[in-house]
Design a protein around this ligand. Sequence first.
Ligand SMILES: [Zn+2]
Length: 141
Amino acid sequence: MTTTDVPEEGLVACEVCLKEIPRSVARSLEGPDYVYYFCGQQCYEKWQAGAGMREVGLEVSGMDLDFAAAQALAESAAKRYAEDAMLLAWFDRERGKESPNVPECQHKPGWLAYAESHGGDLKIDINHGAYVFIFTTTKQG
Ligand SMILES: [Zn+2]
């Protein structure tokens, strides 16, 4: 076997616009299984926000924030927008956990795609992506 004409390892595709960019300049985000790359801040934010979602960012400092505390915080924030806000999906970067655990599709994490296709319209992002919770605030059916 020869290794001629193997494409440069240095190119990665942007998660949002699929543009190929050198790995060295890409913005990256470590997911549970692999690293997501973005060509720039704009695509990164687009991916983070999801389509048509209201995004709320919370920052907590001065205390250890475990998943249960983060979830309680996200839920109380969500209920300010809608009494019956329902949690659809979440991502826990620290532990590399996500729910629901569904296969990747459409070039985005499964949990995010799931939330988007199930009416997720409120995203609570705690400590810059350490914990992400997506709720639906509109009654289904
Ligand atoms: Zn892009």
